[in-house]
Ligand binder design. Sequence first.
Ligand code: LHQ
Length: 259
Amino acid sequence: TVLATLADGVLTLTLNRPDKLNSFNEEMHLALRAGFQRAHDDADVRAVLLTGAGRGFCAGQDLGNRDPRKGGPAPDLGYTLDTFYNPNLRLIRSLEKPVVCAVNGVAAGAGANIAFACDIVLAAKSAKFIQAFARIGLVPDAGGTWSLTRLLGEARAKALALTAEPLMAEKAADWGLIWKAVEDADLLAEATALAQSLAAGPTLGLGMTKRLIQAAGSNSLDEQLDMERDCQQIAGRSADYAEGVTAFLEKRKPEFKGE
Ligand code: LHQ
């Protein structure tokens, strides 16, 4: 349900239930978790690229698994979130390596919000983002109320979540919700090239940069300045910093090792 390939330091994770628009069942959650866990554990992984197979990126929860007409006890969606969605959200945010997301088609419900948890999001121009939750009586989850509000502010976050209106990729980029909308035919090549260049970067420093920017929203300026100082102290002792300055002085491209 998730294809994983490692090449040039990039672990590409492809959601792979295309006939269901890559909607989440338990197996896909666990396979995605294994992928992100590998990204945490394996030093050969220096960037992750998340994308979807087929014409959609991810349609959120597989609602076929959730048919109320089949009876049974009332569903415990809190359990589903704690057990399946939230571990993946936390793994993406805590991974101290860049995560690029290539949204190849529709991203609905938790599928959209998993994309927004990634560090750099590119989307095909034909792709759209839908906070589909309101259509079925749910609230946005998978971090959506957190990421939409931080990325867009309350006015746009509320309108998207309350109306469940689709937002096209170019507008999402104009609003700062994602990094870029690109021609459909160019998406995978462009996202792969970006992930490869990040994977060839100073991974230790990039990882701390991610940590710093994520901390900024809840830190005071004083706390943030202290945290920058501490991270810069570590970066300044890294082999990649020595290589970066040496390469600059020798007027050549640096060869970063990620440490
Ligand atoms: C699907 C799905 C789908 C199953 C398309 N499931 N089959 C967390 C905790 C626990 C429970 C609840 O949820 C959550 C978080 C959530 O994510 S809630 C939100 C769940 N997602 C949605 O409500 C989106 C449902 N899907 C749609 O609204 C549309 O399919 C979109 C707008 C994504 C795409 O529309 P179209 O491009 O017109 O495609 P389609 O609707 O024709 O779908 C293609 C096929 O994929 C179709 O199957 P079929 O056998 O008829 O070809 C759909 O049934 C299937 N599919 N989404 N979530």
